[in-house]
Ligand binder design. Structure first.
Ligand code: PDD
Length: 285
């Protein structure tokens, strides 16, 4: 059966879900998106995703066409209509479709809001057991990476380079330091057992999973330091891992073909994954 999508007020079969060629998301990447995980039919850490959505649209002066409370209702309705058990809900809001292609904001145009779901077994994904390989690429993105913009060409190229190298993620490098992954936050565990991840700022997206994992790690008495780290530091580390809504916590076992420690997922990444999954189940809405 065709999946159901949401487009501007209507639930429609995915194959019939369409927006105009004049939509500013399509023409200018003038839009914001969010991805929230679904476990056992419930949304994970969704308040955090909706808070970031509000912040992102605020940063580009785009008014949401619905309240966040209504957006959550639509997310839940879509999960229900698609009988989604495990996976994610994608949502995108753009500055809408005007009558022509003018760069400046149009007046009186309603923003576009679309959503769809996809199934994925995040908890039992094979890569959760094996860990993943990452490559490194220069970070060629714009300077406002804190905004979850749909302008993802740099990440598309980074993740394609990773796929061609047999890797699942690309760590982006700026001034000799890792910023983040193409679609995930980057972490290491140093030899003296400090969890290190780059501090939030305009250089990275403030990951919702990153935020939860940092808080949970501190609650479980791990030491966390928020600062940039280099690839050399990662290769000398005890462990490395990534976080995102679509993988939760996943160990990194090699970087550019060089093993991290013994090339196997480390115990702390595995433990943080368990802690995060427990948190996700306990707080799902
Ligand atoms: N990406 N950094 C970047 C550049 C991202 O695109 C993402 C998420 C993250 C992790 O954020 P969170 O923990 O809130 O998912 C970090 C989503 C999953 C995507 O583009 O599919």
């Amino acid at each position: 059966m065709d999946q159901i999508a949401y487009v501007n007020g209507s639930f429609v079969p995915l194959s019939e879900a369409k927006v105009s060629v004049l939509d500013r998301g399509f023409l200018f990447a003038d839009g914001i998106y969010e991805v929230a995980a679904v476990l056992d039919g419930k949304l994970i850490d969704n308040a955090s995703h909706l808070a970031r959505l509000e912040r992102s649209v605020g940063e580009i002066a785009l008014a949401l066409p619905e309240t966040t409370a209504r957006i959550e209702e639509i997310q839940k309705e879509l999960v229900k209509r698609n009988d989604l058990v495990n996976g994610m809900v994608y949502l995108e809001v753009t500055r809408g479709a005007d009558k022509s292609r003018d760069f400046a904001f149009p007046r009186g145009v309603k923003p576009t809001l679309v959503m769809f779901t996809s199934a994925k077994d995040i908890v039992d994904a094979p890569s959760a057991k094996t860990g993943i390989h990452v490559i490194t690429v220069p970070d060629i993105r714009w300077v406002r990476r804190d905004i979850k913009s749909v302008a993802l060409l740099a990440q598309v190229l980074a993740k394609q380079a990773a796929a061609e190298a047999g890797a699942a993620e690309a760590w982006m490098i700026e001034d000799g330091k890792v910023t983040e992954g193409g679609s995930s936050s980057a972490f290491i565990l140093t030899q003296d057992n400090v969890i290190v991840t780059r501090q939030n700022g305009s250089e990275i997206l403030p990951g919702c999973t990153r935020k939860a994992v940092v808080k949970l790690a501190e609650e479980h008495q791990f030491r966390v330091e928020e600062r940039p780290f280099s690839v050399d530091e990662a290769l000398a580390a005890k462990e490395a891992f990534i976080t995102s809504a679509t993988v939760f916590v996943q160990a990194v076992v090699s970087i550019d073909g060089k093993k991290v420690a013994d090339g196997k997922p480390g115990p702390i990444a595995s433990r943080l994954r368990e802690i995060y999954v427990d948190f996700a189940r306990a707080t799902a809405t």
